[in-house]
Write a protein that binds this ligand. Structure first.
Ligand code: SF4
Ligand code: SF4
Length: 70
């Protein structure tokens, strides 16, 4: 499983970082195309619960299931 954050949508609010129950998202150092610092995903910790994708106000997060041809 992995978390994909759309650099064109993310506004760097870090709501996902605060709410991830597995601490799989941390504040990152890369800016998205809107100029905001984006979260960084630690896919080794992610359990693909989908909470971050539900909470993101900008619908910037996708959960990708590995082995699904992506
Ligand atoms: S909740 Fe969405 S917009 Fe906010 S930092 Fe996370 S991915 Fe970006
Ligand atoms: S899917 Fe769940 S575990 Fe993975 S980063 Fe999002 S909130 Fe955290």
């Amino acid at each position: 499983m992995s978390v994909s954050i759309d650099s064109q949508q993310c506004k760097g609010c870090m709501l996902c970082v605060e709410e991830c129950p597995k601490s799989a998202l941390t504040p990152g150092e890369t800016r998205g195309s809107r100029g905001y610092l984006m979260p960084r995903a630690n896919n080794g910790k992610c359990v693909s619960c989908g909470l971050c994708a539900l909470l993101c106000p900008d619908l910037a997060i996708s959960i990708i299931k590995e082995g699904a041809g992506t």
